[in-house]
Design a protein around this ligand. Structure first.
Ligand code: 3EB
Length: 340
């Protein structure tokens, strides 16, 4: 088994390659997206401006050397290769009427995760490894609560309903705000439990105090996951948070450096748990979300210095889940495991 992560400009693959689509598990398209059309395989559309001007849109894919099976389950498009499953669900909030105890986004989030957990149970692949969450207007308040906090209620309720832990063994994730569009959730799941990793510089997000919302976010700071013969490190969306507090208010360069200190710390923690040679910052692939596109040149320079290049960095303009955060950075890398 080999799971490969590839990233290329759209149009990405020459027609000759499309015969290999059967081995694409799924992926994402980021940037300026065409109004219709797209690949056969499950893909998450992330309609956020790509920064840097090299391309209008980028495609990221997970490719396996095993044949895939595919299906649709309660609105989730999924593909499976061996013991790995990738899926994408989009839910429009207007399908949910506000109730006295729950906002439409709260219900949509809970419903999306319920469906994911039912799919994983039916496939016998219960381990949720990495989740990519996107929602419109994440910092806007409605029904008396910021929308990110509404999302957190629904997500945590689904975890608890399905007798999953909401602390400790939870997936790596990001939760990012777009201008609009449906709630969109992509996920990678497997048979083997992930090894969750926390950051000693940060309070675990699932233990955030109530000042950040009635229900804590359900994610780990990073996860080591194990496709057969392989180890992948997923670093969750990481921001300028120390303890549980945002630091470097209004200072995007400071927030960027602090985020990288956080990533270095969580990679360090992962290196004490990993089964392959240590991960280092200059081998990671990064996705960087900037609240303000104008900050891009400054941040590109800082990250070129701190990561050793800009080859593996995709920049997007998007909203971060706290109004005082100006950027967030996520990362990943894959190592082959030696034959034991
Ligand atoms: C933070 O550290 C920043 O709700 O799934 C980062 C990664 C953040 C994932 C999520 C939120 C999430 O609290 C925000």
């Amino acid at each position: 088994m080999n799971l490969q992560f590839l990233s290329a400009a759209i149009p990405a693959l020459p027609p000759a390659e499309s015969g290999r689509d059967g081995q694409v598990l799924g992926g994402a398209r980021l940037g300026a997206l065409a109004a219709s059309g797209g690949p056969e395989w499950p893909w998450q559309g992330i309609a956020a401006p790509l920064l840097g001007g090299r391309h209008d849109a980028v495609e990221e894919i997970w490719r396996s050397d095993l044949p895939c099976t595919a299906g649709e389950f309660e609105g989730i498009a999924w593909r499976r290769a061996g013991s790995l499953l990738y899926g994408v669900i989009e839910l429009a909030e207007d399908g949910f009427a506000a109730a006295p105890t729950a906002t439409p986004l709260h219900m949509a989030s809970r419903e999306a995760y319920r469906r994911i957990f039912r799919l994983l149970a039916s496939q016998g692949l219960p381990q949720l490894w990495r989740v990519w969450n996107y929602l419109g207007q994440i910092n806007q308040e409605s029904h008396g609560l910021e929308r990110y906090r509404q999302f957190n209620i629904g997500r945590q309720e689904a975890f608890l309903e399905f007798a999953r832990q909401a602390t400790g063994n939870v997936p790596a994730a990001c939760a990012i705000g777009l201008a609009g569009g449906p709630l969109s959730i992509a996920f990678l799941a497997g048979a083997q439990a992930a090894v969750p990793v926390e950051n000693p510089r940060q309070v675990s997000a699932y233990n955030y105090p109530p000042e950040y919302g009635p229900r804590s976010p359900t994610f780990s700071r990073a996860a080591l996951v194990y496709p057969p013969g392989q180890e992948i490190l997923f670093v969750s969306g990481t921001a300028s948070i120390v303890g549980h507090q945002t630091v470097h208010l209004g200072d995007v360069a400071g927030q960027c450096r602090e985020s990288m200190v956080n990533i270095a710390a969580v990679v360090d923690a992962a290196n004490r748990l990993c089964r392959s040679p240590a991960y280092c910052l200059n081998e990671l692939s990064y996705r960087v979300y900037l609240r303000h596109a104008a900050d891009f040149p400054e941040i590109r320079e800082i990250l070129a210095e701190l990561t050793g290049g800009e080859a593996g960095i995709v920049y997007l303009q998007a909203d971060i889940c706290r109004h005082d955060l100006l950027l967030e950075i996520e990362a990943m890398a894959s190592h082959t495991l030696g034959v034991a």
